[in-house]
Design a protein around this ligand. Structure first.
Ligand code: 48F
Length: 249
């Protein structure tokens, strides 16, 4: 039996990896914005995969606000949550309360079933660059990065890379440092209304082949954080997908 378990796991994982060496879009980060982006891309026929360095999926969502695992979503984003069939309760005018775990689990499940392959425990440590365009990512096991082992990485080729890495906007910082031509402004202190408004405007292609979405978009453009209100994350993920769909199709 042990042999069957081992063979089954290794073969099916390697099959998945081999099928995804070249894709339309690599999304970095399986938080709410990255998941929503992947869902809408794949639903519209754009092959996309997600690399997540953590063991768990969901980024900052399961923690809710200060570990009270609830989130707030505003009216404008509720259409997206209805698409994922997440339950909600109206709280005040135009604001809804949702269970953080149900929301992230529901979004994750539907995103995977739509066809997005999520690889967890893999860290994106660099980008592939060709002719001044971001053309893929450089990956390694998270465990190798944590242990600081010198293990050479592998690469995945793509038409677009989406930085959905949250507050640290890691891919933008890598491009700023190694490629040049962009400047990371860094996120500003809490201002929910401004942060939520600007996150959608900030979702754009910031370097050829690199789209920024979710909290990374606000961190890149120097906009504020907003705490446990998540409508902007969903709207930003969807907008990132629309930018790519328009360009690819
Ligand atoms: O932080 P995260 O949830 O980003 P988001 O989708 O949502 C932000 C909210 O959760 C919250 C907020 C709402 O008010 O501000 O913070 O913008 O998810 C980012 C994911 O990216 C992973 C990280 O582990 C997390 O799960 N990640 C970050 N850097 C890398 C990465 C990397 N270099 N390689 C792979 N995954």
């Amino acid at each position: 039996m042990e042999k069957i378990i081992t063979e089954g796991i290794i073969k099916s994982y390697m099959d998945d990896l081999l099928k995804n060496i070249e894709v339309d879009v690599v999304i970095v980060g399986a938080g709410p914005s990255g998941l929503v982006c992947g869902y809408f891309l794949t639903k519209n026929g754009v092959k996309s995969i997600i690399f997540e360095r953590n063991l768990k999926i969901g980024g900052g969502m399961p923690g809710g606000g200060m570990m009270f695992n609830k989130i707030v979503v505003q009216e404008e984003a509720m259409e997206i949550l209805k698409e994922f069939k997440i339950r909600y309760k109206k709280f005040k005018e135009k604001y809804y309360i949702l269970d953080a775990i149900e929301t992230i689990s529901g979004i994750t499940y539907k995103t995977i079933r739509e066809g997005v392959k999520i690889f967890n425990l893999i860290n994106v440590e660099d980008v592939v660059i060709r002719d001044e365009k971001i053309s893929g990512v450089v990956i390694n096991w998270t465990s190798a990065s944590i242990a600081k082992f010198h293990v050479d990485p592998l690469s995945i080729i793509s038409k677009y890379v989406v930085d959905a890495t949250g507050h640290d906007c890691e891919i933008c910082k890598i491009v700023e440092k190694k490629v040049g031509g962009i400047k990371v402004m860094g996120e500003k202190s809490m201002w929910a209304e401004k942060g939520e408004k600007e996150i959608v405007e900030n979702t754009k292609e910031i370097y050829p082949g690199l789209i920024v979405c979710g909290m990374a978009a606000n961190a890149f453009f120097g906009s504020p954080r907003m705490g446990a209100i998540f409508g902007g994350m969903f709207l930003s993920g969807k907008k990132a997908s629309e930018i790519i769909i328009k360009s690819i199709k």
